[in-house]
Design a protein around this ligand. Structure first.
Ligand SMILES: *[C@@H]1O[C@H](CO)[C@@H](O)[C@H](O)[C@H]1NC(C)=O
Ligand SMILES: *[C@@H]1O[C@H](CO)[C@@H](O)[C@H](O)[C@H]1NC(C)=O
Ligand SMILES: *[C@@H]1O[C@H](CO)[C@@H](O)[C@H](O)[C@H]1NC(C)=O
Ligand SMILES: *[C@@H]1O[C@H](CO)[C@@H](O)[C@H](O)[C@H]1NC(C)=O
Ligand SMILES: *[C@@H]1O[C@H](CO)[C@@H](O)[C@H](O)[C@H]1NC(C)=O
Ligand SMILES: *[C@@H]1O[C@H](CO)[C@@H](O)[C@H](O)[C@H]1NC(C)=O
Ligand SMILES: *[C@@H]1O[C@H](CO)[C@@H](O)[C@H](O)[C@H]1NC(C)=O
Ligand SMILES: *[C@@H]1O[C@H](CO)[C@@H](O)[C@H](O)[C@H]1NC(C)=O
Ligand SMILES: *[C@@H]1O[C@H](CO)[C@@H](O)[C@H](O)[C@H]1NC(C)=O
Ligand SMILES: *[C@@H]1O[C@H](CO)[C@@H](O)[C@H](O)[C@H]1NC(C)=O
Ligand SMILES: *[C@@H]1O[C@H](CO)[C@@H](O)[C@H](O)[C@H]1NC(C)=O
Ligand SMILES: *[C@@H]1O[C@H](CO)[C@@H](O)[C@H](O)[C@H]1NC(C)=O
Length: 544
């Protein structure tokens, strides 16, 4: 790579011309022109040397006895040997173009020759200015800097997918290109070229390190941020931030933050659409009005959306019974409390002020057993009333009690029918109910079908018992014989009368009318139908 630009070519040429003219005059004026038969040569002829380099110059002649061979130059020189018909010099620190002259005398005649030294120097550096991310549709400026002190005009080429620009320049060149999506990831570089082929040295070139361009599209619309309006301390909710029309969406950076704290977002891109999802967790120190920020950054530009979120703490309601289980007649306190600013309402009665507990006092009665007390807590957050409800159940110990309406005290049953003794007792805890025959102390099952025997007649004591006491009612059971003697006789008489009446009638209508049985009607069964035909005899031992 070599460039040599003759420095100040015009003045130097003039000077050379003057010296040449002067020498020609001298030669012409010199006595005897025989010396002209011998020439003095400077070697090398018109060399091209790198700047700062050194050069060996040989002044030689065929003249058999040359005299006073010398080199004229403005450059620093030192003798580097001599021999028959030649003298060599070393020129060092050649930094600028110059012309050198050799002169000598041969047989009394002056000889001379000259040579042009051209100095070349390559740029020290060639560099493409950094390419910041460029929006699609905007002009991109490519700047190439060629540093150093090139001595000749270099050809500077800006290269992308092909040569974008070629200029003869010293220092650098710039060009603009319209950035497109296709330019994303494209490599650009810059190259200088120095053609010294005419000087026999070749074509020199060097290229900058390539730079990769990133083009992008960031829409002017802000991202869409979906956040809850309220968030209770200790709870979490999903937060979503989306932005469409991004290019390249996969390279966008999403920054989601709640009250200055970064949220750990999962970012997905699909085509030109970007979706970031995170979970916002409300901690106690963030209580109050907060902001959620979603910031999408691409190509050094960003778009952001902010949404307000109120973080509140809402504990309770906590309900309390002075005792969960009480005997009837005991005073019970029902309380309901919740956090500050929370208005509680206990069984429809609001507390005196928000933040205060609600109290309900009652004298527990049996009707209060399993009674539920309902407490509703309301907190106003940012103009919206939020509710939390709770209830608690009271147990009251009472009884036992046998309800006469549910336990018939007079029973009239027929012998050999199946019956159920219905009787119920109330109480908490559930009482145990048993009915015993007053005389025999035999027990009658309650609520279970059994076959009635004649000797079941009598008075029974039905007794309900629990830890809360006992309650007894008396049940009188009367059992009737199935076919008392009088009824049997009446039936027998009616049967005979029936036969007597039937014979003439049969003769009269024989073969025309069919006789009907009328005396198989079971009156007992019609009046007291069995409740269960499969009933077993329930009593192990019949009452005596
Ligand atoms: C100078 O040139 C002469 C004649 O061509 C040659 O003999 C001599 O060796 C050269 N000297 C150097 C130092 O090259
Ligand atoms: C030198 O010059 C003289 C006369 O000018 C001539 O006679 C002589 O032959 C020359 N010598 C050579 C070697 O040319
Ligand atoms: C080519 O250019 C690069 C970048 O400026 C530079 O580092 C390197 O030394 C150059 N190479 C040559 C041979 O000049
Ligand atoms: C880009 O540059 C060209 C020429 O340099 C100019 O004609 C064009 O209007 C520019 N386009 C934009 C979008 O700046
Ligand atoms: C640009 O250069 C980089 C690194 O040298 C290379 O990985 C990439 O494929 C090049 N891009 C193109 C479009 O050639
Ligand atoms: C962020 O979320 C990812 C996946 O949901 C999980 O693997 C990672 O540990 C989380 N990082 C932090 C700092 O919470
Ligand atoms: C978006 O986030 C980036 C990095 O966190 C920040 O540098 C930039 O200023 C933010 N943009 C806006 C508009 O707040
Ligand atoms: C968020 O709250 C601030 C102050 O309370 C208000 O100025 C701003 O408009 C609100 N922003 C939104 C998006 O509601
Ligand atoms: C609930 O009542 C019990 C017993 O009366 C008491 O020890 C407890 O502190 C109460 N709890 C609350 C939250 O009032
Ligand atoms: C609770 O009510 C019962 C019956 O109504 C009554 O006998 C008792 O005195 C009351 N207890 C209190 C503490 O008022
Ligand atoms: C019920 O509350 C009253 C008044 O608040 C209190 O005097 C009484 O001791 C409480 N009773 C019980 C059983 O906690
Ligand atoms: C709680 O109770 C209030 C008042 O009765 C009612 O408006 C609200 O819907 C209830 N909320 C829930 C979550 O049950």
């Amino acid at each position: 790579m070599a460039t040599m630009v003759p420095l100040g070519p015009l003045p130097r040429a003039c000077w050379t011309l003057l010296i040449s003219l002067f020498l020609v005059c001298c030669l012409l004026l010199a006595p005897g022109a025989q010396g002209q038969a011998f020439r003095l040569r400077v070697e090398p002829q018109n060399p091209v040397v790198p700047a700062g380099g050194s050069l060996l110059v040989n002044c030689s002649t065929d003249c058999p006895q040359p005299e006073l061979i010398s080199l004229e130059t403005s450059l620093f020189k030192e003798e580097a040997g001599e021999g028959l018909g030649w003298k060599a010099y070393r020129l060092s620190s050649v930094t600028s173009d110059s012309e050198i002259f050799c002169s000598g005398i041969c047989n009394g005649s002056q000889m001379s020759d000259s040579s042009d030294i051209t100095v070349y120097q390559f740029p020290e550096r060639v560099e493409l200015a950094p390419l910041p991310p460029n929006p699609v549709g905007k002009n991109l400026t490519l700047r190439c800097r060629v540093a150093g002190h090139p001595r000749a005009q270099l050809s500077v080429l800006l290269l992308g997918a092909g040569v974008l620009s070629q200029q003869l320049a010293v220092g650098g060149v710039t060009t603009t290109v319209l950035a497109s999506r296709n330019d994303h990831g494209a490599n650009f570089s810059c190259r200088w070229e120095l053609d010294l082929r005419s000087q026999g040295l070749g074509l020199f070139q060097n290229s900058s390190v390539p730079r990769q361009l990133r083009t992008f599209v960031l829409p002017v619309t802000p991202p869409r941020l979906l956040v809850p309006r309220f968030l209770e301390v200790g709870t979490s909710q999903a937060v979503t931030c989306t932005l469409d029309g991004l290019f390249p969406a996969s390279e966008a950076q999403v920054h989601l933050a709640l009250g200055g704290q970064m949220l750990n977002a999962t970012v997905e891109s699909n085509g030109d659409k970007l979706t970031a999802r995170a979970t916002a967790t409300a901690s106690a120190e963030l209580e109050g009005a907060q902001e959620i920020v979603c910031n999408v950054t691409l190509g050094g530009e960003s778009q952001e959306t902010r949404e307000n979120l109120t973080i509140y703490s809402f504990w309770g309601p906590v309900m309390n019974l002075s005792q969960p289980t009480v005997r009837q007649g005991t005073i019970v306190n029902v309380t309901c409390a919740a956090g500050a600013r929370v208005q509680v309402t206990l069984d429809g009665v609001p507390a005196a002020a928000p933040g205060q507990p609600a109290l309900l006092q009652l004298n527990a009665s049996e009707r209060d057993d399993r009674r539920s007390f309902f407490c509703s807590a309301a907190l106003e957050v940012d103009g919206v009333v939020l509710h939390k409800n709770r209830s608690v159940q009271l147990r009251v110990l009472y009884g036992p009690k046998i309800d006469p309406a549910r336990c018939p005290q007079h029973l009239m049953w027929k012998e050999k029918t199946t019956q159920i003794l219905q009787c119920q007792a109330q109480g908490n805890p559930d009482p145990q109910l048993q009915c015993f025959h007053e005389g025999s102390m035999a027990q009658v099952p309650i609520g279970i079908p059994f076959r009635v025997r004649l000797n079941y007649s009598g008075t029974y004591n039905c007794r309900a018992a629990s830890s809360q006491g006992t309650h007894t009612v008396t049940v009188v059971m009367k059992v009737q014989e199935r076919n008392p003697v009088t009824i049997t006789i009446v039936i027998a008489v009616l049967t005979i009368l029936g036969f007597v009446a039937a014979i003439p009638a049969s003769i009269y209508v024989f073969g025309v009318h069919k006789r009907r049985d009328i005396y198989h009607v079971n009156q007992g069964n019609a009046e007291f139908p069995l409740t269960s035909k499969t009933a077993e005899e329930p009593l192990g031992e019949p009452p005596s």
